[in-house]
Design a protein around this ligand. Sequence first.
Ligand code: WT7
Length: 631
Amino acid sequence: MRITSLEDYHQQYQKSIENPAAFWDKIAQNFYWQKKWDSVYEADFEKAKFSWFKGAELNITENCLDRHVRKNPDKIAFHWEPNNPSEDSINITYQELQDRVCRFSYVLHEKGIGKGDRVCLYMPMIPELVVAMLACARIGAVHSIVFAGFSSKALENRINDAQCKLLITANSFYRGSKLISLKEICDVALENTPTIENVIVYRRTIEITPMQEGRDTFWFDELSKAYKECDPAVMNAEDPLFILYTSGSTGKPKGVVHTCGGYMVGTTYSFENVFQVDENDVYWCTADIGWITGHSYIVYGPLAFGATSVLFEGVPTYPDYRRFWQIVQKYQVSHFYTAPTAIRMLAKQGEKYVDAESLTSLKILGTVGEPINEEAWEWYNEVIGQRKCPILDTWWQTETGAIMISALADVTPNKPTFATLPLPGVLPALMDEDGKEIVFNGKEIQGNLCIKNPWPSMARTIWSDHERFKKVYFSTYKGKYFTGDGALRDADGNYRITGRVDDIIIISGHNLSTAPIENAINEIEIVGESAIVGYPDDIKGNALYAFISLKEGTSDEESIKKAILEKISQDIGAIAKPSKIQIVEDLPKTRSGKIMRRILRKIAAGERDFGDTSTLLNPDVVEKIKAKAIS
Ligand code: WT7
């Protein structure tokens, strides 16, 4: 499966494009299947229907656990590092992980969970999160993980959309020095989630948590009754493995559905080839499992491959800015994968927290989540990589399941700020404004990024809304998957992602849509209208600027701003709070009444030239807003 040289890459790439069925058939042979497939893939772009390894049967956990346990039971799967460095860390072998997964599978059975049932996981970064995920996969239940930074309202919406029967959470936990009372957030959501029958609570801290008799039980009490054996459920390759919600440009988040067979093949193949991890390496992805990066490159990819990973509960700033590098040294991390926003934040502190001694084990660096600017790239390369580590700028999405465009470590060349080349099996296209593909003939081109062919780990649908799946991804450009990103291709064929071309804004590597934030604000009684735009921020990549008009004037803008921030925290979560809020007399509008976000974006970015505003319904408000803009 492993690509070993640049020449090999070109050959494999060629093969994957000329005969994808033969290419993926061969790769899929490297996994354990209970029954082989009837066809490698089928694709219908018109209907947005795709299948991979149809007819095959497998259980992904046999690939992540059993087959490694047979050969190498004592290999460490995870070094778990707690939030607080004075607490003990834990090493978990493949054997131990398998035992724990099997026992928890039994608990799930006992709770009446079976194949196809949805289970919501709302948990901190603890080994039990991995155990719960894999136990779901073991019995064929579909997990839906909600990042433990989302609000109760966001949790409620996601539970209801997927109609989850069971919620697994923790009483509370520390993120840095902050105590997060997770169960209390759940309890608010649980008032409006009729499908939830049971709640299992992991006691992470000594804090007392209210429990509802008959519904809520503690993790340890459940486990004490459980057996160690659990035969894996036989799954069809196309059965859903999980749902993961991501922002959409309308208010409602999209439940992206990934399936068992193709997702396993795609994440494992990309993990092996992008990172080139060897037997004794220690790999660390700093993402939270609540996002796709954690699903694919902390859990499924690395485990199916058989890697040793670090699993970190905390944040890079606690107890201080040295934490990441202390962990690198402690576990002799060789492969380090993080987000540009973390790199920029640490770079801003200067080099006093970075001790070169602690970084000698590093061989490969990766980034993901948003475009990495030149300055951050250079700092990562020089200060962290000591100029000896390739930097993998990995471009992909929740919907793609696996890395699509990236350098392969020590195999294909790097270029600062470029994601570089597509992985085998990925055929990108750049589209012009008329919807035509821009032909590449050795000169730089730029356009909207599409993928022209199906790939194994692609999303199959949006949970309970296939029409939306079709519309969002497959209707803008006929016969192609539209990514929502813009990209540039240089004369050598390298791709650079230039950013979103739709209403989605990437903040600290997290995908946020403005519509639900505006909807939340608009529910406040005194608010007339609101418009949220992104503007460039040195650390977060982008930050949010809210323009608000009121139904009636007020002398107390401060309390309105406070109410807005509270409402957003409640409805969506703290990550969606705008950095700037400006109360305006009116929002600039087109004659048809549409808010001109283009102009607001320019004001937010501190630009002066707005082009021709005379066609606006209310051109005079532009100057007024500009005069009071927050810099
Ligand atoms: C969007 C997807 C994929 C895991 C994390 C985000 C942006 C992602 C890069 C990169 C430039 C990137 C894109 C993409 N993005 N990686 N290496 N360079 N932009 O997953 O939340 O689904 O967001 O993140 O805009 O469309 P996501």
